[in-house]
Ligand binder design. Structure first.
Ligand SMILES: [Zn+2]
Length: 266
């Protein structure tokens, strides 16, 4: 086997172990990431809601102060009504009174709207606080699970990353690029052993013989044509599966597959 191919197989074996470690961690890293992001947005929303709450309290106080002032003005104008001496003065004063009344109405209308907004805000804060608590608790549990899994696997993973880096150094970049591209598309598996299937034949005397029946890709199980099979066995160049694009090699230990077919007698 040419040496780049040997290293590619080695790389794949390391990556398979890394994949197993990731499987062990399962969805936990993603779950923790999602929880963290949910918690962040909840905290931001709660911060905004609480700021708005403070704003409303302040505005309500201002509006109530304004109404109190207006009511005082109104009372003063109304008292003055008894003291007017001309129609012109009377008209001016009633116009002032109308303006102040309108101001009071506007302020009271604003207060109503704000009180309604405040009620909704309090409800929203209560419900978000509750959700935040739940998410924080879940995060704690999930993080503990992830930490314990990480403790078990970190050492192994570090070792694998180290050997991976070493192996990668021995493989030309164009092969690494191809390997990465196929691995990304094919669930991490870029190079697979082919499978040569042998079928069992038993003659009349009971002698068993294994006849080569077909050769297939160990990744997608599609047929590998004979000329490719010989090239793969000679292991002088890199051969790819025509169907799934994975790189193919002959593995002394697993490529020969013997199918037993004891019922069939010839
Ligand atoms: Zn294939």
């Amino acid at each position: 086997m040419f040496k780049e191919l040997k290293y590619l197989v080695k790389l794949q074996n390391i990556d398979k172990e890394l994949l197993q470690i990731n499987e062990l961690r399962g969805d936990l890293p993603k779950i923790v990431e999602n929880l963290n992001s949910d918690i962040n947005s909840l905290e931001k929303e709660l911060g905004n809601n609480r700021n708005r709450e403070k704003e409303i309290i302040l505005e309500l106080k201002n509006l109530e102060g304004q109404i109190a002032d207006d009511k005082e003005h109104l009372k003063r104008y109304q008292d003055q009504l008894y003291l007017v001496t001309s129609n012109k003065e009377y008209d001016a004063l009633t116009s002032e009174i109308d303006t102040v009344r309108q101001e009071i109405d506007n302020a009271e209308y604003k207060i109503l709207g704000m009180k309604e907004e405040m009620e909704n805000l309090i409800e929203a804060i209560k419900s978000k606080d509750l959700t935040l608590d739940e998410k924080l608790n879940e995060l704690k549990v999930r993080k503990e699970q992830l930490d314990s899994t990480n403790q078990k696997t970190n050492e192994a993973q570090t070792k694998l990353f180290k050997s991976r880096a070493e192996v990668v150094k021995s493989i030309p970049l164009r092969y690494i690029r191809e390997y990465d591209r196929v691995a990304k598309a094919k669930n991490g598996i870029a190079i697979v052993p082919i499978q040569q299937i042998f079928e069992e034949k038993v003659d009349k005397k009971g002698n068993i013989e294994y006849i080569p029946a077909m050769v297939s890709c160990g990744g997608c199980s599609k047929v590998v044509p004979p000329q490719k099979f010989f090239e793969i066995r000679s292991a002088k160049t890199l051969i790819r599966c025509e169907f799934c694009g994975r790189m193919l090699y002959w593995d002394d230990e697993t490529s020969e597959v013997r199918l037993n077919n004891e019922e069939e007698i010839f």
